[in-house]
Design a protein around this ligand. Structure first.
Ligand code: FAD
Ligand code: EPU
Length: 339
């Protein structure tokens, strides 16, 4: 049975560590809980916010609505053959714990996505990605519920319209559905994915010549720990901006003026630019105003050193956007959801 709490702090529910209050708050572990909360909301209309691990959110004020923490649990093997296993995972499962479960069981595909904070239910929303792999590469389908009709929807790969840090859940279905479980198709004959140079370097440093998925997972964890701040120590939400994608012509022009610019080719004659490099060139790396700052090792990560407010972080983000726009004529799009 769901419980309604009023005026509680959401500090534990966002990795920026913003001490904001929710007008109303509930945890849901079952569909009955969910519909009970939705009944309450129908009677007292107001804003609704689902919370997973709160690792891609920035609260700029108290939340004047209903915050609903999704906490359903369960990992189920649906089928298995010589090559693949299909695994259905509840939205409320922790992402990294699930990846570790896969690695322990020898199921390959998600090991490069080790140590990404947050929950399984949020992972398709921005098609999480890291170290040469995206969620979509192992995705089979998901179950969601339409919040208005309360009908169950099953979305297959093509329905989700995955892109770089993008999916239908950030577009047409934004705010209209709750993601309830995700089914993955994982390899039981895993082939490791080492396209991202830093992984091979780390494996070499670890003295591993023939890596398996466990080794790749360990290498990714080591790289991440060396580069990214741990939210348990310094509040942050990972990359604050997406890496911008520009036309090949625009990239060539930038390269002519800035030979050191970091670029990656992407399909459709487009080029992805490393936003961290652009921000660093605007001299924001390591910048700090009060408790709001830009991480000294990774300029794409904005941080809360303790008591920064969400508005202070947002103000800094907008200043960075403006500086990058003026210098490079490139608009940085925020990855983090500002509430
Ligand atoms: P939340 O922040 O709780 O929610 C994100 C959004 O989804 C919100 O709008 C929320 O309302 C909505 N939502 C959440 N759950 C549901 C649901 N079940 N149904 C409908 N809507 C829902 N991301 C990457 O892609 N790659 C990385 O390498 C990476 N590294 C990170 C490193 C650090 C240190 C941190 C703090 C973050 C990093 N991120 C990365 C971002 C973040 O981990 C991912 O975006 C993650 O998927 C967010 O999950 P969450 O459960 O915390 O989502
Ligand atoms: N760089 C700089 N200065 C910086 C940071 C980066 O010059 O301060 C340049 C470096 O040349 C570096 C390159 O940018 O080689 C890329 O940096 P990094 O490998 O750290 O990756 P990123 O592009 O900054 C992206 C994702 C991360 C993901 C990593 C690893 C986005 C927005 N971010 O970061 O995802 O973990 O690649 O694959 O795509 C997240 O989304 O929250 C996130 C952390």
């Amino acid at each position: 049975m769901a419980i309604r709490q009023s005026g509680i702090s959401l500090k534990e529910f966002n990795t920026f560590g913003m001490d904001v209050k929710a007008r109303d708050f509930s945890r849901v572990s079952t569909l009955d809980d969910l519909w009970q909360v939705m009944d309450w909301i129908e009677n007292e209309p107001g804003k609704l916010l689902f919370l997973g691990g709160g690792s891609n959110l920035l609260f700029t004020s108290d939340f004047d609505g209903w915050a609903v923490a999704i906490q359903n649990k369960g990992i189920e093997i649906l089928s298995r053959n010589e090559d693949f296993v299909r695994v259905k995972v509840a939205a409320g499962e922790n992402w990294h714990d699930f990846v570790m479960w896969c690695v322990e069981n020898g199921f390959g595909g998600l090991e490069n996505l080790s140590l990404i904070p947050g929950n399984v239910g949020s992972s398709p929303i921005q098609n999480i990605g890291a170290y040469g792999v995206e969620l979509k590469d192992s995705f089979q389908s998901l179950e969601a519920y339409d919040l208005e009709s309360r009908e169950k929807l099953v979305l297959e790969f093509k329905d989700c319209r995955f892109g770089y840090r993008d999916s239908i859940f950030k577009q047409e279905l934004k705010g209209r559905v709750i993601l309830w479980s995700v089914t993955f198709r994982l390899s039981v004959q895993p082939v490791v994915q080492l396209s991202y140079g830093a992984i091979s370097q780390e494996l070499n440093a670890m003295g591993i010549l023939n890596p398996g998925i466990k080794d790749v997972s360990e290498a990714v964890c080591r790289i991440r720990r060396s580069k990214l701040p741990d939210p348990a120590e310094i509040g942050n939400a990972g990359s604050f901006f997406k890496n911008p994608v520009v036309s090949a012509e625009k990239a060539e022009m930038l390269q002519a003026s800035y030979p050191g610019i970091v670029t990656y080719p992407v399909p459709d004659f487009q080029v992805k630019l490393a936003a961290g490099w652009l921000i660093e060139q605007c001299r924001f790396k390591g910048f700090r105003r009060g408790d709001a700052g830009v991480h000294p090792n990774q300029a794409l990560v904005l941080v809360n050193y303790g008591s920064a407010t969400g508005s202070e972080i947002l103000e800094l983000a907008e200043e960075i956007q403006q500086a990058v726009l003026e210098k490079f004529d490139v608009l940085l799009e925020m990855e983090v959801n500002v509430v």
